[in-house]
Design a protein around this ligand. Structure first.
Ligand SMILES: NC(=O)c1ccc[n+]([C@@H]2O[C@H](COP(=O)([O-])OP(=O)(O)OC[C@H]3O[C@@H](n4cnc5c(N)ncnc54)[C@H](OP(=O)(O)O)[C@@H]3O)[C@@H](O)[C@H]2O)c1
Length: 264
């Protein structure tokens, strides 16, 4: 499988999403978020993940505008926080204004709203239909039961489910459900938030390919067709994490990585 930094997956609404993205959770609004996004764009990432909850939409948007990269070349996700579902339209407009990038590529329901999974999805559909400012809508942190609830009523199918995913917590049942329903699985915390980078099972595979632990974790995602959004606030790590297109993990090692979740 020949993949490169521009490789994209086709979403069920026909739009395309880069397999590799850049996560911005816990990067503070201001120079930190501004610089990190500029570093990521310079390193070749063309997909940025933010959320109203992260509080950094303003600096993320400013970096995208200042980068000089055409808007249409960058895929930008932001998210609606569950307690805001009641005021979804107003809150969306705040995110839209803060980002100030003309349109949002992907707007996600950040977490399911207990007892309101269907209704909150219908609110997202309404914003999508009436605002003309969003290219695609999807969900995050939804389990299979909640996805089924949405699919029962959806006029517009969610294009992605963004879930916590790495070899250490891979859920093949969720992945298969998404595949069958033409929903792309997107991995957040793909680097295990840094917690498992020194695990011997992982470092053994990394040494074999002469790559770092983070590069193995990210390559595993994209080889499985899972969109992945690693975060770093360090320019050298941002660059390192994008350097995953000059090798391929063998089927045998992919299976080993798939099974890491069984041992924790
Ligand atoms: N939908 C949701 O509910 C949800 C939840 C969580 C996250 N997300 C999204 O997913 C993104 C990624 O997840 P995450 O931020 O939880 O964690 P992550 O990407 O799994 O890990 C980030 C951690 O790994 C470190 N790191 C990055 N590259 C490294 C490298 N090459 N070598 C060593 N350490 C490295 C970072 O350090 P430094 O930062 O110090 O550089 C940071 O501490 C988020 O930023 C956010 O956009 C979504």
């Amino acid at each position: 499988m020949k993949l490169d930094i521009n490789s994209k997956v086709k979403l069920n609404d026909g739009t395309q999403m880069p397999l590799l993205g850049f996560g911005t959770w816990q990067i503070r609004n201001g120079e930190s978020a501004y610089n990190a996004v500029l570093w990521a764009l310079k390193a070749g990432y063309r997909h940025i993940d933010t959320a109203k909850f992260y509080g950094n939409e303003e600096s993320v948007g400013r970096a995208i505008r200042d980068s000089g990269i055409p808007r249409s070349d960058v895929f930008v996700t932001t998210k609606l926080w569950p307690t805001d579902a009641i005021n979804a339209e107003k809150v969306f407009n705040r995110s839209f204004e803060k980002l100030d990038i003309g349109y949002i590529d992907l707007y996600l329901m950040h977490w399911p709203v207990p007892g309101m999974v269907k209704k909150s999805w219908q609110r997202l559909e309404k914003i999508y239909e009436t605002s003309g400012k969003i290219k695609s809508i999807g969900v995050s942190n939804h389990n299979i039961r909640q996805l089924k609830c949405i699919l029962d009523v959806a006029k517009i199918k969610p294009v992605v489910n963004q879930v916590k995913c790495s070899p250490y917590n891979y859920d093949p049942t969720m992945h298969e459900f998404c595949r069958k329903n033409d929903i792309v699985m997107e991995a957040y915390s793909p680097l295990t938030r840094g917690n498992m980078l020194y695990d011997e099972k992982l470092t053994t595979i990394a040494e074999k390919y002469k790559k770092s632990s983070t590069q193995i974790l990210l390559r595993w995602c994209i080889q499985k067709g899972i969109v992945t959004i690693p975060k770093s606030a360090h320019p050298e790590w941002i660059t390192e994490n994008a350097d995953i297109f000059d090798f391929e993990i063998s089927d045998d090692d992919m299976r080993k990585l798939d099974n890491f979740s069984k041992n924790v």
